[in-house]
Design a protein around this ligand. Structure first.
Ligand code: CO8
Length: 257
């Protein structure tokens, strides 16, 4: 499939999606989100892919929803189209998704990063929820996922002032997983993704599912669910292989069985 606003590549078992609207700093237009979702669907369906990397350009991961496209929309337009519901596709991806963030990750761009599982930031990255400066507010998880990720104090500071947070602060507050020099961003993200893609597929999918459940269930229910998922992995050949390989002091040969 050919795309106009994203670039899609595969690197071994890793699927890479690069947002590519350089003139608009990767603003998230309807076309871009439609194409991103198609690429995610394709990687989800491809048994050869074990992890996905989502990135932008050096200057911008994504500068938010496309303000030019959004400005003429009426309330009725938003209601009728359930505006930005389509963005949630990323949050529903079952395979692990690694965000490689360089430059601006603002508004919807920050919210996209928050939907990813591991966020690796270049030291140049800047995160923010500047919607209030447009007379708006975050609408794709910026008040919910951000609050769960970094707590109320930092979320209120970001959401109510629109202040940009640099990579060092983002790491300190738990908004990103790691910060690396900008020149090493893609190599690091692809290496992390390759490592995840090399795991037994069931354990990676279920571990991701279990962590995400922590944000949606009471603790006792989450713990019980985790235990059952843990039990279920004993039904896989890969768990037998992984434990045997450890005891035999050799690398495991997972077969996704
Ligand atoms: N939408 C459309 N175009 C954009 C956007 C955007 N979000 N961001 C940048 N651009 C365009 C600029 O208009 C400019 O285009 P042109 O050259 O044609 O004038 C080009 O990209 C380059 O931008 P700048 O000249 O502004 O570049 P600077 O380096 O000077 O500044 C900034 C970079 C700081 C990133 C600046 O562009 C900026 O502030 N951008 C807007 C950031 C923003 O406010 N984002 C939030 C958008 S709202 C949102 O995301 C809501 C999402 C949730 C909706 C859910 C609803 C239910």
């Amino acid at each position: 499939m050919s795309y106009e606003t994203i670039i899609v590549e595969t690197h071994g078992a890793v699927g890479l999606v690069r947002l590519d609207r350089p003139k608009a700093l990767n603003a998230l237009s309807r076309q871009l989100v439609t194409e991103l979702n198609a690429a995610l669907d394709a990687f989800e369906a491809d048994a050869a892919i074990g992890a996905i990397v989502l990135t932008g350009s050096e200057k911008a991961f994504a500068a938010g929803a496309d303000i030019r496209e959004m400005q003429p929309l009426s309330y009725v337009d938003l209601i009728e189209n359930d505006f930005v519901a389509a963005w949630e596709r990323l949050a529903a991806v079952r395979k692990p998704v690694i965000a490689a963030v360089s430059g601006f990750a603002l508004g919807g761009g920050c919210e996209l990063a928050l939907m990813c599982d591991i966020v690796i930031a270049a030291d140049s990255a800047k995160f923010g929820q500047p919607e209030v400066t447009l007379g708006l507010m975050p609408g794709a998880g910026g008040t919910q996922r951000l609050a769960r990720a970094v707590g109320k104090a930092k979320t209120m500071d970001m959401v109510l002032t629109g202040r940009l947070v640099d990579a060092a602060e983002a790491e300190r507050i738990g908004l990103v997983s790691r910060v690396v020099p900008a020149a090493e961003l893609m190599d690091t993200a692809l290496a992390v993704a390759a490592k995840v893609a090399g795991l037994a597929r069931s354990s990676a999918l279920l571990a991701k599912e279990a962590v995400n459940r922590a944000f949606e269930t009471p603790l006792a229910e989450g713990i019980r669910g985790e235990r059952r998922l843990f039990h279920s992995l004993f039904a896989t050949e890969d768990a037998r292989e992984g434990m045997a390989a450890f005891l035999e002091k050799r690398a495991p040969a997972f077969r996704n069985r």
